[in-house]
Design a protein around this ligand. Sequence first.
Ligand code: FA5
Length: 345
Amino acid sequence: MIDFQDIQTDLLARIAASDQPRTILKTPELREVYAGIRNAEDKAVYGAQVNTLKSALEAAIATREAELTAADIAPIDVTAPMDVNAPIPALLPSERGTTHPLTQEIARVIEIFGRMGFASEESREIDDQYHMFETLNFPKGHPARDDYDTFMTVEKDGDGDPLIAPAHTSTMQNRVMRKYRDQLEAGEAIAAVVPDRVFRNEDLDARHEHTFYQVEGVYVAKGVHAGMLIATLKEFLQEYYGRELQVRVNPFYFPFTEPSFEFALSCPFCGGEDPACKVCSGEGWIELLGCGMVHPNVLRAADIDPNEYTGFAFGCGIDRLVMMKYQIEDIRHLESAKLDFLEQF
Ligand code: FA5
């Protein structure tokens, strides 16, 4: 005669006290019970009682497991102030997480320009066509608007034009000039950089992304000339790369600067030696930034008198800057979220 009540009481007590309650299902006592009711006759007598026992044990195990899990996870009060004295768990750098390489490099860019006297401003991820084009001397219907492969949204601004995802940080030029305009009257220059994300509906390759970062620079004062622009950019590049680089400065065209230039760096991947180089397309140079003397119409749009003040502006691709610093052969790694790539920084 099997005393199910006794067995159940004993096993339930053991489950309630166990850290691994499921192991109780394998105890010899229980096996003996099962072994003792192998034949059909026993099954008929004990079947219902075995099922009751099994259900009681399963229910107790589930309750105990839930208790153990709750005890493992200390309740978190997300509103509590941080305990600065709490020991920091020893984690590998990869487990602890690191800042994204672009974030690290943007901080470095801001720091270098900061030492040269440039304030830092943020851009925005949705803007209007007035700041993308009109303030930058691209009147409506200007053919150069098409060069920017601008993503349009379905939402419209007050003029009925679609809002846009900014295709360059130059959208901030007018705002920066207006923000700091009073400094001019006090005899100080407007000097600001705007590092931020920009978007273009581009064909992608090793040096073209649809989403990338630029840093805009704006400098306005009395007597600013192109020599100051070139010197500032060369100084920045030398400081950023820690050495003098081969820079090519070519005349270019932007509606918002006159004259305009393009800076390219000699290709660090092939040094101009490989006509089949995938990064520079065999050109030997990689275009890094556009720049020039601020067009008088752009100064006027910010209520700055171009007869009194002149300025320079530049827009540099940060992803390209970083690619060339670390010899990253494909720009798309930067936004790929691949941990094996990101953990190297
Ligand atoms: C411009 O965006 C101008 N706004 C730059 C400027 C600012 C000129 C102020 C004058 C005064 P451009 O389209 O050439 O110019 O882009 C500037 C830089 O952004 C390029 O030199 C390159 O480094 C980077 N860039 C452009 N397109 C891409 C892309 N698809 N992927 C990655 N980087 C890009």
